[in-house]
Write a protein that binds this ligand. Structure first.
Ligand code: CMP
Length: 141
């Protein structure tokens, strides 16, 4: 079964939307394999978004992602990566389809409520960034 990494970003927590977004995720058929509440340091946020280093939005993105707690979640479903990206909508909420998480709740491209892995391969790397293999194995044993 395919897995993806979701992160409920600091704006999601500031707006008290953890429950609403998780409800939408569960109602869309995803199983939560593991989740935690963490506060990233600036360096940890930079490590997670390393592929974007050098992009014009990198500094703002990593300042924002370390500005408050966030909730990384390992999700499982058939076609999890693509289906989760469909559920959250386009990066820019102005371009996101009606009913998607970002259309419903996000303010901007930079503060867009939720992250979703963009490929199965990156999903594995991103999941490992937050959840050691041994910890995940115990969740499904
Ligand atoms: P996310 O799915 O977390 O992956 C990278 C993030 O960078 C993305 O969501 C946006 O929040 C942010 N991002 C991407 N493009 C831009 C942009 N042009 N301006 C500001 N932030 C961006």
């Amino acid at each position: 079964m395919e897995r993806t990494l979701a992160i409920l970003k600091p704006d999601c927590l500031r707006k008290n939307l953890i429950g609403a977004v998780i409800k939408q995720i569960e109602e869309s058929g995803f199983k939560i394999i593991s989740m935690k509440l963490v506060r990233l340091t600036k360096a940890e946020a930079e490590g997670f978004y390393e592929v974007h280093r050098g992009r014009p939005f990198f500094e703002d993105l990593t300042v924002f992602m370390s500005s408050g707690a966030c909730v990384p979640i390992v999700l499982e479903k058939e076609n999890a990566v693509a289906d989760f990206r469909k559920l959250i909508g386009a990066t820019d909420p102005a371009e996101a389809d009606e009913g998607t998480v970002r259309k419903l709740y996000a303010d901007s491209k930079g503060e867009n409520i939720v992250h979703g892995s963009d490929s199965v391969e990156n999903g594995k790397i991103e999941i490992a960034y937050f959840f050691p293999g041994s910890e995940l194995a115990r969740m499904t044993a």
